[in-house]
Design a protein around this ligand. Structure first.
Ligand code: NOJ
Length: 761
């Protein structure tokens, strides 16, 4: 794609994002025909039936079996039959969704249910975890991946995914960092748009698209000390400049639902934040879809200490703009009384129901409530060859080569002996990652399998586990127990390391080490992994470490002592093949970190776009903002990632040294592939606003282009900047650019850049 094309595509999309705060964006959800159908339906609904539309339950009974006889399952079953449930989550598969829908259609008005599931990175065919996929910086591949998930989920009867998670996170201790696009609001915004487009397509009623849900609104990724569900206390400045842009981008891209968040922000739980939900989202941004609470988050207002009881919680949540109650049972139990007693205005309920019905109409559920579930399509679509190929493609694009000394990589697959060692080497489960929807346990292609399939008869792959990473069961309910004393596999590992020309070590995290409820204070290699690595390095100096991980890890020893390191994340169903593609050079790595890897856990939260502070570097005296025992910056920074070829950048050229408020300036570099093989480079553009009404980051990503070049080829790469690209939330609380001096940087990462100056006039 040429640079002009980019500008009119993704880049322009982001300009729209930046400029549209405060203006109403046309929402395809609203049209006169649907609105009048909704009016007619609302006219027929009782108050209880309306509230039913705002009630979402998780499946608690076998919807394909006979009706439960007693207990809360029986009550839920009856509630669906009586039109008191609007949506279900965790009902999956053709048969189950069909049976549950039949129950709902048997109710007085027969309003169809909308079925939801956390299809975060695949339904059954797993693609890389979202953080991994963001490392591809490949918007087309990310969109294709979300579409794949939508196709499989829709064929299995689902209508709605609780994705994308667009929370910016700068703290690798937070287990859910694996579920977002990393530390940067620009990258987070374009990834959010790609995913929304992938899930929803251009027609929500098409049978291969599903409704998306941008979550968690807002600031869930800023939990204090990276501890999941913890307090968030950020300024309006950070909220507007860092946290909200990806949500705004998703809304502008037409996302039809948002999920609010468990956390409080500055003392107000997000679930009852009118500022977020009514003023900004439904007011300023003109969002016409609906907001679902997070799981039980209305009920959690009680332990938060802002609601006395569930009725009080329901009261506050509906007033603040939470439209659908996920699993708290607060609305279904209390809203009718609150309306009848005059505590809640009936219009609030009507508005929330209207929003839910809009999405049901847009999905086409009133035309054919069974349009998605189709047994044949489900069989053909799920785990199809086509889907596996898409998964492999995005997986290999997500791999980030951190280091490659001595040109150790790529490996020769036709001769020599490779020792594959490590607890994750033959693991068929870890690559599926956290949030794996309906993936079958142990169904990924392991690295061992991938390598065995890739090598020719002249090469030999020896394998030893070396040490287990965890002992005990892997599941959502138990924390991982690390193996810290069983070294019985060490001798075999050391023996094959001695015999090999090169050693590949598969180290990192198990799938259940990151994800929800999996925050950690230590983010290094757990258990005996580092010890094993050191022993292997002592007998063989040609060691390649492949880091399978959900989150950034502290790998300072590796960075100093191991010649080659690649981050291979949790890449999904085709992980072993995708990694082998890169390992043996069938695919030249092109990924870039969407979040920095720190030197030390004590640096968290860490991000490249920090502020200068009033005390920048004043060495050698100590009175400046730094640590005396660790660097300030990341070990491997945001945007870093190597290739098997070598890219060279010319100096930065500007079409003009000044930019008018309504004008444009072209910023370009000449990129040369100075190596000996074709490769793709992500050319990154950053700016720095030198003086602002509020302090500005030392660098902010404002654009990127992924360019493929043949060996020896050269290309002029041009970005077009306008004032809108430089806008931010000012001291006056306005979204605008301020005149003054700017620096513009172009380079291969957030730290390796060339720069030029211009002024905005
Ligand atoms: C809680 C999580 O925070 C949210 O992201 C998820 O969608 C819901 N559970 C439903 O599973």
């Amino acid at each position: 794609m040429n640079s002009k094309g980019l500008r009119s595509g993704w880049h322009l999309m982001f300009l729209v994002v930046l400029t549209c705060v405060g203006s109403l964006i046309a929402q395809p959800l609203v049209n006169p025909d649907t609105e009048s159908k909704i009016d007619a339906l609302l006219g027929k609904m009782t108050l209880e039936e309306k509230i039913g539309q705002l009630n979402q339950y998780s499946s608690t009974f076998d919807v394909t079996g006979p009706a439960p006889e007693r207990g809360s399952s029986r009550e839920r079953y009856e509630q669906i039959r009586n039109g008191l449930v609007g949506s279900m989550l965790n009902v999956v598969g053709f048969e189950a969704t069909r049976r549950a829908q039949e129950l709902a259609l048997g109710s007085r008005l027969g309003i169809p249910l909308v079925f939801a599931l956390d299809v975060i990175h695949g339904y059954k065919t797993m693609t890389p975890t979202p953080l991994a996929e963001a490392a591809s910086w490949d918007l087309e591949a990310v969109e294709a991946s979300a579409r794949l998930a939508a196709r499989e989920a829709a064929a299995a009867g689902l209508h709605w995914t609780f994705a994308p998670m667009v929370d910016i996170s700068r703290d690798a201790r937070w287990g859910r960092i694996m579920e977002g696009a990393g530390e940067d609001p620009y990258l987070g915004s374009v990834m959010a748009v790609a995913r929304v487009k992938g899930f929803q397509g251009s027609d929500l009623s098409a049978i291969d698209t599903i409704a998306a849900c941008a979550k968690h609104y807002a600031a869930y990724g800023f939990a204090e000390a990276g501890r999941d569900y913890n307090t968030v206390d950020i300024s309006e400045h950070t909220l507007r400049n860092v946290v909200l842009p990806p949500f705004k981008a998703a809304v502008d891209a037409g996302v039809v639902t948002l999920m609010n968040a468990f956390n409080e922000i500055g003392g107000v739980p997000a679930t009852v934040s009118s500022h977020l939900q009514r003023e900004i989202l439904k007011g300023d941004w003109g969002f016409n879809g609906f907001v679902v609470s997070d799981w039980g988050s209305i009920g959690e207002l009680i332990p938060h200490g802002v609601a006395e009881d569930l009725s009080d919680a329901a009261h506050q949540a509906i007033i603040a703009g939470s439209d659908m109650d996920m699993e708290a049972g607060a609305y279904v139990a209390h809203l009718a009384d609150l309306v009848r007693s005059g505590h809640v205005n009936q219009h609030l309920v009507d508005d929330a129901v209207r929003r839910v019905l809009r999405v049901k109409f847009a999905l086409g559920l009133f035309d054919d409530p069974y349009r998605y579930s189709n047994a044949d399509r489900e069989k053909q679509e799920v785990l199809s060859e086509k889907n596996l190929a898409i998964s492999r493609d995005v997986a290999r694009k997500s791999i980030v080569l951190l280091k490659n000394e001595k040109g150790l990589l790529p490996l020769n697959k036709d001769s020599g002996t490779i020792a594959l060692i490590g607890p994750l080497a033959a693991d068929k489960d870890a690559p599926l990652g956290s949030w794996r929807a309906q993936a079958v346990t142990d169904s990924a292609v392991s690295l061992l399998e991938g390598m065995q399939a890739a090598v020719g008869s002249g090469a030999k792959v020896l394998h030893a586990e070396g040490a287990k990473l965890i002992t005990g069961p892997r599941s959502f309910v138990t924390p991982s127990v690390y193996n810290t004393d069983d070294r019985s596999g060490f001798p075999e590992a050391i023996e094959i390391a001695k015999q090999a020309d090169v050693v590949v070590m598969a180290l990192g995290e198990d799938a259940w080490q990151s994800g929800e409820g999996r925050s950690q204070v230590e983010i290094g290699l757990k258990g005996l992994q580092l010890e094993l690595l050191k022993e292997v390095c002592a007998v063989n100096s040609n060691v390649v470490v492949l880091l399978m991980t959900g989150r950034p890890l502290v790998i300072d020893w590796l960075a100093e002592n191991v010649p080659a390191i690649a981050v291979v994340w949790h890449l999904g169903s085709q992980a072993g093949h995708a990694i082998s593609d890169v390992l043996f050079g069938d695919y030249n790595p092109s990924g870039k970190l969407p979040v920095g890897f720190p030197h030390h856990v004590g640096q968290q939260p860490l991000y490249y776009s920090h502020k200068n502070t009033g005390r920048p570097n004043q060495q050698p005296i100590v009175f400046w903002s730094h640590y005396t025992d660790a660097p300030n910056d990341a070990l491997y920074p945001f945007g870093h990632g190597l290739s098997y070829t070598k890219f060279e950048y010319s100096d930065v050229k500007l079409s003009s040294a000044t930019l008018g408020m309504d004008g444009e300036v072209e910023v370009s570099v000449t990129l040369t592939n100075a190596g000996d093989r074709t490769g793709s480079e992500v050319v990154q553009l950053y700016v720095r606003d030198l003086v602002g009404s509020v302090t500005r980051p030392v660098k902010e990503l404002k654009g990127f282009q992924k360019i493929e070049l043949a060996a020896g080829a050269t290309k002029e790469v041009t970005f077009t900047l306008s004032a809108e690209d430089l806008a931010f939330y000012t001291r006056d609380g306005e979204w605008k650019a301020e005149p003054g001096k700017f620096k513009v940087f172009i380079g291969t990462s957030s730290t390796e850049v060339k720069e030029a100056d211009f002024a905005l006039e």
